[in-house]
Each structure stands twice: as structure tokens, then as C-alpha cells.
Design a protein around this ligand. Sequence first.
Ligand SMILES: NC(=O)c1ccc[n+]([C@@H]2O[C@H](COP(=O)([O-])OP(=O)(O)OC[C@H]3O[C@@H](n4cnc5c(N)ncnc54)[C@H](O)[C@@H]3O)[C@@H](O)[C@H]2O)c1
Length: 362
Amino acid sequence: MKTLTLGLVGVGRIGQMHAQNLLTVRDQVAARGVQLEIVLADAAPETARQVADRFGLRATESVDTLISEGIDGLVIATNTATHPDLIRAGLAAGIPVFCEKPVSSDVVGALPLLKEIEAASGVVQIGHQRRFDVGYQEAKRRFDAGDLGWLHGLRAVSGDAFPPPVEYLATSGGIFRDMAVHDFDVIRWLTGQEIVEVYARGTNNGDPEIGAVGDVDTAQATLTLADGTVAMATATRYNGAGHDVRLDVQGSKDTVVVGLDDRSALRSAEPDVGFPAGTAHQTFAERFVDAYVAELVAFVELVLGERENPCTPFDAVAASLVADAAQLSLARSEPVAVPALRDVLDGTAEPVPAVDLVPFSA
Ligand SMILES: NC(=O)c1ccc[n+]([C@@H]2O[C@H](COP(=O)([O-])OP(=O)(O)OC[C@H]3O[C@@H](n4cnc5c(N)ncnc54)[C@H](O)[C@@H]3O)[C@@H](O)[C@H]2O)c1
């Protein structure tokens, strides 16, 4: 039996979910002869201890002690602004890193880090879990196989049933960087095309505190892909029907919908249509539980050197570049061109200017 130790730093909302999912990962990899040990740390050591006790895991005092203990891989689930320094800590220790999305609060902040990762040949997987969801994978498989024909549209929906805490939103970078970035990532991944222009709108009709920290609670972005295909991404924090994440992939031969099943958070307005009839998902944690487990199994395989990186920092920052452009488009009320990330890194194109959250009034 081979033993592998993963350190999980950050045990807030998603860190606790990862801690729980890592128990399933541990069972899955044990069947392949890998004994997984999991150690937790958080800026609040007492919280780390409590979460560790809850899941029968071990906690350590700080990130420094976690890394100096000699772990084989680092899983980062802390607030976005802390990601770059923690990724650097993993690189300095020479260990593979899994980091929650996004890589950093804005793309300008991610550029030096991307260069450092490339220079060090660092192994860093970013947590865009939808790439591991069976529905997204099947839609990509059918598109790649030619079953859908050429695309005449994509419609991405991301709806949270209720907003996260306002304190979280204040440091999230805004709804496009925090939420719609998942849609931008899967649209790039599924189509194999870059998003070259974005025109965004947004509003705030819910809790005024969300506007007060500079975010909108509902937003839409019209996206233009490199071949001219037009796509739409919508995001809201107030989808009372439940957690609703879907993608319509509309082709000249066929259309498939990701996330349309008996638990979809929507109801038909047509008479005598009983579908969907199940209880709608309420949180991202339950909607994507299998995908979150699969992405961490993939990280274990990455640590073991058994697979390619399924979501590189370059890919994640390319999606964040679209999010930055959307945030700028929202602020300026005009379309914004998205430069190619490679050109931005090479210095032949300017990055999209970073827009900080400023109090928003509807
Ligand atoms: N992939 C997804 O679907 C998804 C969903 C939600 C959140 N996220 C991402 O996960 C990250 C965390 O979000 P969250 O909602 O769990 O936040 P959170 O505020 O609930 O938890 C963050 C935790 O990190 C700890 N922390 C902060 N700085 C630290 C540091 N320097 N060292 C150690 N611990 C530190 C905090 O004490 C807290 O316990 C964000 O980057 C967010 O974008 C991803």
C-alpha cells in the first residue's frame, strides 16, 4: 500500500465540503492500493481542529507547519485573495497543488504567478469541477463526435438558491469572477474556442448589502466566440426554485441540455407536463458532489504522476480574463474585447484593466 498525505488549507464553506469529499476520495483510492492521509489547517486553528474532529481527520496549527510536515500535495480552499501566495508556498515546497478557482482576484494579479508556475514546471490544478460532471462531459463528447453539427448557440445558466454571506461577496471579485467564471470555463473547454468579446449587464434587486459591497446579484453576459458563435451566460444569487446550473448546447443537427433532469430547479408552465418532479438541488455542494469527488481523485492521480493536468492555471486564468472583461463591460456599459491570454503573457497585448468592486446602485 502506498501512502500519500494531502494537506487541506481553508476549512470554510467549500473547505469543509472538500474535507467530507476527501473521505470518499480516500475510499476510492484505497481500492487502488493508495492509503490517503488528510491533514487540515486554517488561519483559525480552532476551526481546523473542530472540522478535523467532525470528520475524524487530523489538524495542524498553520499552513507553515502543514507544509513543513512533508505533505505530498496541497489543496487550497481559502479565500480568493490568498490563492497566489499559497500556490507559491506549494511551488516552493516542490509539491503539486490543487487550488480552488479563481487563481487570483483578478488576471493582472495572476500574470506573474503564471510565469512563475511555467518557469518552475509547477503542477497546479484549478478547481473547475464542472469539467468532471458527467452531463458536461457527455455534451462535450457529443459535440466532439459531430453529433450536434455546428453550433448556433450556447446558453449557460448559473443560479444560486440564496446568496452566500455578504462578507464573502465583498472579497469574491464580483459575480462574473466568482460565479459565471465556471460558465466561461466550460464554454471554452467544450467548444475548444476562445471567447473574444463580452457585453455584460447586471442589476441588484435583492439584498441592498450586496450592492453596498459593489456586486450585482443578477447578471448576464453576451459572449462572442472566435468563430462568431454567440453565447449567453446568466447568473443570479436569487434562484428561489433551487440551485440551477444548466448549459444548452444548440447545434445544427441536435441540441443537448446539461443539468436537465428530475431535480432541475424549474417547472414547466405547460398543462399536464409533470417533469421535473423531483426535489430541486439547493446548493452547489449537492448538485456537483460527484464532480467534486472526481476532481480530487484526479488530483491524487496527478500527485502520483498518472495523468495530465485536467485544468491548468493557464486555462483557469483564460476563463478569468473573460470574467475581468465582463466586470469591465458591466462597469462601462459597453462591449469589451478579450485579448488572447498567451499574447498578454508575451506582452504583445494589454490585459483587461482590473475593475475593483465599487458600491453599485441600481
Ligand atoms: N468550485 C466551486 O464551486 C466553489 C464554490 C464556492 C467557493 N469556491 C472558492 O473557494 C474559495 C473559498 O470560498 P469559501 O466560500 O469556502 O470561503 P469561506 O470564507 O467560507 O472560507 C475560507 C476559509 O479560509 C480560511 N483562510 C483564509 N485565509 C487563510 C490563510 N491565509 N491561511 C489559512 N486559512 C485561511 C478562513 O479562515 C476560512 O475558514 C474561494 O476562492 C471561492 O472562489 C469555489
